[in-house]
Each structure stands twice: as structure tokens, then as C-alpha cells.
Design a protein around this ligand. Structure first.
Ligand code: ADP
Ligand code: MG
Length: 693
């Protein structure tokens, strides 16, 4: 249970005075639903009102605070025009401009002949000074009533600065005095304030430089958050490790049968990864291993061979993939080897329903299915294995941490192998996976030629189509990818359909179409036709991104390549170059081409090393977009930035290990305080894993 001391901070935003349902919704959209979310929503800018020039010397374009006398009011002659008020100090005259203003209100605010202090943005038109809608208008003796420095928060349409700032202030007032969870000597060495003080400081910037991730206050807060993250990952892992796994022994008999049926020899990196996995499985400890390997590096077959080990030991295995399409593909490609080893495969996705599904579940419970392949439907309550020994999660970046945990906690502790084709930059691996063991498959299966990548403006579409026609006439198979932008799915689908029509006409060929809005069966049919060569060109939205395997395809055209992220482009390009023939990837860009997009396309042209691309992606885009918000931890991090605070992350990682080594149940006084820290950052789940909650 969350400690009582934190209750006020975890109240809903609407409990703040002045926040009604409408405002609550807007604030929740930018910050989150709880006061804690608001308190952790650090400013993104600062308005500095400390510039106090005489009017004649005032620099235009900036925020200034000036003291003036009100000269006269000039109400508009027609309503659509602004109401003006002239003011002056001893150096110059300035016009105040108000649109849609009430004369009575302005007369009271700016009485003629009175001194007033104004703060706002000063503009110069020809030689006339203007200030439109001053932010503050007060009598000189009230100057202290407005802040000289104002934090600026992220806003959304309909949400203005003042109510947001006021809500944040309200939330900050609810931050309780909490016991210190950081080591005193460490704080002293870093010259960091206490948590609450640091939070206050971070919300009270005076200059741009106070917004940098390197300020003491922001570092302290980031460190707290990173420590909570690392502690949580360690606790969860310790507990998973704690309920001992069981040694899974196999003589390799089934594996040998499958290997004999392979049309190729396993590469050394594949064999090494498999050996590491088998060693983990044979040990008493439970396996939590990440298998990283570029697209097409041959992870799936490694997973299958590992699963056969579990099956030989009398256990079951599960392979989970993110999409229906991938499940079908795994099923089809693994089938021959499973048959060679006399192993029974089963399949469970959202499409299995009714009696068929019941039969699969019954077989699964009876142990009559050895390897179950499926989508997240595997997580359903009623899915019960007779005895699950190994769970493999494919293309992991589509799943979140919690889903990983769920599968792990099913039945008796199973070994877990997570496979990802998204090469994960080192800094991110720590936040997303904590201490998972990692195996890497480097390089590609032999005989693969690198994919030739060309970057081309859409203006040269005609050239491209001429080229394509020649290649297709010779029997080549090609993908043509149109981007799918979620907000306007309809328009994009129409674009894909239109493109297919256009290409059909231009090429005089069978052109297939595939997109996410099609029924699964239609999609499979489109895919099957392409695989069989009945359609030589497949126009698709990014549904083909993950894992699709048609070795005969040698051309990949990506339209609007400037809209795709690097990881996505890399995945797409990985769809070709899978067979022995030479492949090419054409990245078509449309205007306008921004600097970042240009850099992305250049990277794609220069390298096909997934790890290099991942590091570059991280540099260009930041962690959230590289891995998806949840997995990168960006959704979980409010104040830390795994990239900007990478050094702190490493320290937090070591710190967390030390803490758990000394005080595994978090029972010491510092341990108690650390529990509060975990709750403060919403790591409630981790606290539940403590043996003594
Ligand atoms: P990944 O899942 O890592 O993207 P896959 O396991 O789908 O890659 O493998 C891609 C393709 O390479 C498949 O067609 C597979 O049969 C083939 N393959 C796997 N290992 C080898 C190998 N050692 N030699 C040749 N081809 C291989
Ligand atoms: Mg794969």
C-alpha cells in the first residue's frame, strides 16, 4: 500500500481549487491525472521580467517591465479595431493595444493620470512602441505582486499559461516532507538539495540555463527517478530469480533432428547464442535473456532449437509474436522442422474462437501441444499450459514491461527469452531491461549481399517506375511502402489504394495491396499471393514492417521515406536482401525535407549496421521514439532523460545493486525511505515483489 504521507500528492487534479472538469481534462492531457504528475511536470521555459528599461531604451521583441503614467484612452471607432491606451515615462510614449476589450474594465485598470507598472512584450512598429495585452498591470506599490521570473509549462490547445502555472503551484504545495532516501554523503558530494527543495528550485527558473538537465536540482530529481527505476527492475528480477527455475536438460536429440532438416548450416554467432541459452536453461536459475540480432540475422531458428530442448525435457514452450501475420509466418516456417523433430505445434491468436479455440486450450492443458505460437492472446486468463518450460517473446519492442512480467508469472516459473530486432543502444538497455542477460547475433547468414540503398526525390518518380518495370519484367518482386499516419488513417489508406491503381496502370501488372485495415484473412491472401509470385508488386502500409519473410523479394520502395524513423526504415529495408539475389532499397522523399529527415536518409545510405543506426536514431530523436514510449521508459520517466542523464543512470544502476545487496527487503531506515521513493514514482508493483511488503 502506498504510504499515507503520499496520499495528498496522489489526489486527482480536480481537488485543486480553481480546477473544474474542463481544466482537469486539459491538464491531465499534458501532465497526467494526479497532483504528483503536475509536480513532476517541469517547466520547459522561463519568462524573465527582470528587464526594466526606460521606454526610449527598451529593446523590441523581448519581455520588459516598465513604469509609466497613463496619458489617455482611445476607444475604437469600429468594433473590430483594437482599443488603445497611451502611456509614457519621461523618455517616450507607448501604445497599449487591446483586442475585444471592455472599456469599463480598462478604465479601471488604467486610470488616466495614474502611475502603473506594466509587464509584457514590447514591440516597435516604425518608430512607435507598442505592448499588446500586457501580462501584468499593477500600481507601483504592488510590484511585488507578480513574479519577476515565471516558469513556462508545456500546454495544449485550450490550456493557457496562467491556470496551468497556478495548478502546478497548487500541486507543489501538496508535496510532503519525506524522509531522505539518498545517502547523505552522496548528496553532500554532489551538492544536491533535499527532494522537495530541488523540486521547488526546478520549478522556479530565473534564466534559460536553469532549464538545463545539468542543473543540480534537475540532476537530483532525475537521479531519484532513475534510482526508483533501477531499484524496481532489480526487485522484480530478484524475485523472478528468487522463485527458482528448474534445470531443463536435454540431450539435443530433437534439436539434431531439426538441424538435419535445415537447408543451411547455423552460423557461429547463432551457435554461440544457442549455447548461452542452453546453458541458462540447464541451470537452477531462471533464465531472463535478451536475444538481440538485426533483422534477418536468424533469431527465430535459434529460438526454435531452444524450444525443442524444453520439449525434449517433457515441458512445453511458447512463442509470442506481436502480430497475427507474424504468428502465421512463424507457424509456416517452423512447421517443417517441427515435423522433422516430431513436435506438435499449436496456434492461438485473436482469430481462434469458439470450438477451435476450446480444443486448442484443452490440448494445451493436456500437454498435447508442445509448442504454442501466438499473439498476446497467449496472455488470456484461460490459457493454461500443462507445464510451460520456456517462453519466447519475439520482436519485443511491441510489448511493454508489464506484458513481459505477465507471461513470466504464468504457472510455474518458465525460462524467458526475449528476442528483439531493434538493436538497443546501451544507455536504453539499462532502463528498459535492467539486468537482463544479453546474447547477440552479429552479422547475417552467409550468402547475403548487402542491400544497395538509394535516396531519391519524388520528382524522379517516373525514372523509378521505368526502372521498376524493367526489373519486374525480368521477374523481380518488389514492395512499395506507403506511410500510415495514425491521425489520418483513412487518407493514407486511400493513398495506398490510389498508388496501387497508379502502379497497376503504369506497369500493366498484377499489383497487390495490403494494409492494417484489411481483415486478417484478406491480408494473408495478399501476402500469400505475393509470396507465390502471383503478384509481383505489393503495395503496403507499414504492416509489413515486422518480420515478414519473402526471400524472393529484392526491391523495396519506401515512399515518403522522410516520414519514417530510422529504426522503421531499417526494419523495412531488412525485408529485402534475404535471398541470394542482389537487392535494392529506394527511399523516396517528398518536399519539405527537414534537416533531421535528411540526416536519417543519409545514415540509411551510409550503413546497414543496426547498432550504428540505433545509436544514430537515439541521437536524432531521443529515447521515446526509438523504442516506443513505454519501453524506453520515457512514459515512466517524468524528470529523467535516459540520454541526457546517462551518467546518472549508470550510477543509479550501481547504487541500486548495492542497496539490494545490503538490504534486500528494504527494511533499514533508508530502505523504508526508498520504499516511499518507489511509490512516489509509481513503482508500486516493485514494492509488491518485496518478500515482506
Ligand atoms: P530474424 O528473426 O532474426 O529477423 P529469421 O530467423 O526470420 O531472422 O531469419 C531470416 C531468414 O534467414 C529466414 O529465411 C531463415 O530461414 C534464414 N536463415 C536463418 N539462419 C540462417 C543461416 N544460418 N544460413 C542461412 N539462412 C538462414
Ligand atoms: Mg524475426
Amino acid at each position: 500500500m502506498r504510504p499515507a504521507i503520499l496520499f495528498p500528492l496522489f489526489a486527482d487534479i480536480r481537488t485543486l481549487s480553481g480546477v473544474g472538469p474542463k481544466l482537469e481534462k486539459l491538464i491531465a492531457k499534458v501532465a497526467g491525472p494526479k497532483l504528483a504528475d503536475l509536480a513532476f511536470d517541469l517547466p520547459v521555459g522561463v519568462v524573465d521580467r527582470s528587464y526594466r528599461p526606460k521606454l526610449a531604451a527598451a529593446e523590441a521583441g523581448g519581455i520588459a517591465t516598465v513604469e509609466v503614467t497613463v496619458l489617455d484612452h482611445m476607444p475604437p471607432r469600429i468594433k473590430s479595431q483594437p482599443y488603445k491606451v497611451r502611456v509614457s515615462d519621461e523618455t517616450a510614449v507607448m501604445e497599449l493595444v487591446f483586442f475585444r476589450a471592455h472599456a469599463d474594465y480598462l478604465a479601471a485598470l488604467l486610470p488616466v493620470g495614474q502611475r502603473r507598472v506594466l509587464s509584457g512584450r514590447i514591440e516597435k512598429f516604425k518608430d512607435r512602441l507598442q505592448m499588446a495585452h500586457p501580462d501584468y498591470v499593477v500600481a507601483p506599490e504592488e510590484i511585488a505582486s507578480f513574479p519577476l521570473h515565471e516558469p513556462v509549462y508545456g500546454l495544449t490547445e485550450g490550456l493557457t499559461a496562467r491556470p496551468m502555472a497556478k495548478a502546478v503551484r497548487g500541486a507543489l504545495e501538496k508535496v510532503p516532507q519525506m524522509p531522505e532516501w539518498q545517502d547523505a554523503a552522496f548528496l553532500k558530494q554532489r551538492k544536491w538539495e533535499a527532494f522537495r527543495a530541488a523540486l521547488e528550485t526546478a520549478h522556479a527558473p530565473a534564466h534559460e540555463s536553469d532549464l538545463a538537465p545539468t542543473t543540480a536540482a534537475r540532476q537530483r530529481l532525475a537521479y531519484d527517478e532513475l534510482l526508483a527505476n533501477q531499484l524496481a527492475l532489480l526487485l522484480i528480477r530478484a524475485s523472478l530469480r528468487g522463485n527458482k527455475g528448474r534445470p531443463v536438460f536435454s540431450t539435443g536429440k530433437l534439436k539434431a533432428l531439426a538441424v538435419a532438416a535445415l537447408p543451411f548450416a547455423l552460423t557461429d554467432p547463432q551457435l554461440e547464442a544457442l549455447a548461452e541459452i542452453e546453458k541458462d536453461m540447464a541451470s537452477e536459475k531462471r533464465m531472463l535473456r535478451l536475444l538481440q540480432g538485426d533483422v534477418g540475422s536468424g533469431k527465430t531458428i535459434v529460438a526454435l532449437l531452444a524450444m525443442l530442448g524444453a520439449v525434449e525435457a517433457g515441458l512445453q514452450a511458447a512463442l509470442m509474436a506481436p502480430t497475427e501475420l507474424l504468428v502465421r509466418q512463424h507457424l509456416a516456417s517452423l512447421e517443417p522442422y517441427a515435423r522433422a523433430a516430431d513436435v506438435r505445434l499449436g496456434c492461438l491468436t485473436g482469430r481462434e474462437k469458439g470450438a477451435g479455440r476450446d480444443a486448442t486450450l484443452a490440448k494445451l492443458a493436456a500437454g498435447e501441444i508442445d509448442i504454442l505460437i501466438g499473439t498476446h492472446a497467449l496472455f488470456s486468463e484461460d490459457v493454461a499450459f500443462k507445464d510451460l518450460g520456456l517462453a519466447v517473446v519475439d520482436e519485443q519492442h511491441r510489448f511493454g514491461v508489464h506484458q513481459r512480467m505477465q507471461l513470466q508469472s504464468k504457472g510455474k516459473p518458465a525460462d524467458v527469452l526475449v528476442m528483439t530486432a531493434t538493436p538497443i543502444p546501451r544507455t536504453l538497455a539499462l532502463t528498459a531491461y535492467g539486468d537482463m542477460d544479453v546474447s547477440k547475433i552479429t552479422g547475417r547468414p552467409p550468402g547475403r549481399k548487402p542491400v544497395e540503398t538509394r535516396v531519391m526525390g519524388a520528382a524522379r518518380m517516373d525514372d523509378l517506375i521505368t526502372h521498376l518495370r524493367t526489373a519486374l519484367d525480368r521477374g523481380a518482386r518488389a514492395y512499395w511502402v506507403c506511410p500510415l499516419v495514425e491521425e489520418s488513417e483513412k487518407i493514407d489508406l486511400a493513398a495506398a489504394e490510389d498508388r496501387a491503381v497508379m502502379l497497376r496502370q503504369a506497369l500493366g501488372l498484377n499489383v497487390g495491396v495490403m494494409h492494417g485495415k484489411m481483415k486478417a484473412a484478406e491480408r494473408d491472401a495478399a501476402m500469400a499471393a505475393f509470396k507465390a509470385g502471383e503478384t509481383q508488386l505489393l503495395v503496403a502500409t507499414t504492416v509489413i514492417e515486422v518480420g515478414v519473410d519473402v526471400p524472393e523479394a529484392t526491391i523495396m520502395v519506401v515512399e515518403h521515406a522522410e516520414r519514417f524513423g530510422l529504426a522503421q526504415l531499417h526494419q523495412l529495408r531488412g525485408r529485402v536482401g534475404r535471398g541470394a539475389a542482389k537487392s535494392s532499397c529506394i527511399l523516396l522523399w517528398h518536399e519539405p525535407l527537414g534537416e533531421t529527415a535528411k540526416a536519417r536518409l543519409k545514415t540509411m545510405r551510409d550503413t546497414d549496421d543496426g547498432f550504428v543506426i540505433a545509436e544514430e536514431d537515439l541521437r536524432l530523436r531521443g529515447p521515446g521514439e526509438v523504442l516506443g514510449k513505454r519501453q524506453s521508459g520515457q512514459e515512466e520517466f517524468r524528470m529523467a532523460d535516459p540520454v541526457a542523464h546517462a551518467d546518472l543512470l549508470a550510477v543509479a544502476h550501481d547504487d541500486a545493486r548495492l542497496i539490494i545487496a545490503r538490504d534486500p527487503d528494504l527494511k533499514s531506515p533508508r530502505g523504508e525511505a526508498l520504499r516511499t521513493l518507489l511509490y512516489l514514482f509509481g513503482r508500486d508493483e516493485a514494492v509488491r515483489y518485496l518478500r515482506t511488503g
